[in-house]
Design a protein around this ligand. Sequence first.
Ligand code: FES
Ligand SMILES: [Fe+2]
Length: 393
Amino acid sequence: MSRLTAIQQQVRREFLQQVQDGRLDKPVAEASGLPNLAYTCPDFFALEQQTVFRNNWVFAGFMHQFGKAGDMQPVEVAGQPVVLVLAEDHSIRAFHNVCRHRGAQLVTEPRNSKKFICPNHAWSYSLSGQLIARPHFHGGEQHDVNALDCHRADLVEVRCVTWHDWIFVNLGGEADDFADCIAAITRQLDGYDLNALVFSESMEFDINANWKLPIENFIEPYHVFSCHPWLNDFVGMDERKAPSFDEKVLLCGYEFQQADPARGGALPWFPNLPVEKQNRGDWFVLFPNFAFEIFPDQVDVFIAWPQGALKCRETIALYFIGDAATAEKYRAAREHVVNNWHDLNREDIGIIERMQNGRCSEGFDGGVLSPYWDPVQQHFAKLVTESIDAPVI
Ligand code: FES
Ligand SMILES: [Fe+2]
């Protein structure tokens, strides 16, 4: 159950009033992105945590970090402690990471255990969240191991799904079925055998910008000619199309003439890749903050973790096909890809932080959009607004 504070309700009213100027509904040539408030105000950030990050499916973790039943990992979603655990049946389950007695956080670091044991008064819970025992609950040496009595204090489960290596949770519990939410992505992935993917490595970047700026930047190729020299050589602007969108999914892609060592040119491809995918790259955002790119030889996952109104942390996880992810003979080829992603990201982060600085200017409040490239930006602004405006569950 979530309630907005008076300040959050006030900032919501102010935000909704600011977007009443038609910026979200006008033709793109007259439209605008979200107001500065959405990128700078700590109260708006708290409101967004209570809405955007509760009423959607939000990325929470990687399956490859769970090997044995009882592997557990604390994560933070919408500012709340959540614990992911690999249950006995090898499914991932998510619980509010808080003891039902006096509220101690149960798990503070990744570990393996047969059960959850609260360090405070040693109440214990099974991997499926059932309270098992309460030592000395009825007085010294008077333990409570009565299952019927215990069940009222089971851990509170959080809705959770896994899709390949990626774990998502929906704190509010009312998001549409995950499969429906990603249908626009899965249609585009026809022909790729994602089961062939193996995790290789990940990189992290601290960015002095609101989480929405890297996501907005990620989806649009308009900045390629001026920010990314290599990428512009790989696929020029005249061969690029504007991003599209389908409900909570943003999509973009291209065809390349010739593979590059950084994209499909040096590492093995997906098995039995159809001809029409052999010179393609596609990238997607699943609203709010999960994104990935797919090429014949790799998948690259991006998460912009919100860390406050003015900062976020980006994780990029790289996957290759089969033993290309780990084998020594592919090391140099992998390093080439990794270095390329570092370069591209450095080029982006400088621009993203400039856009954050721009959000402190009274000379800007959402901008003037390109009718060709930026319909996706208006759509993203609508998605944020709809989530902010939705009833709080
Ligand atoms: S707070 Fe967890 S057992 Fe008391
Ligand atoms: Fe970029």
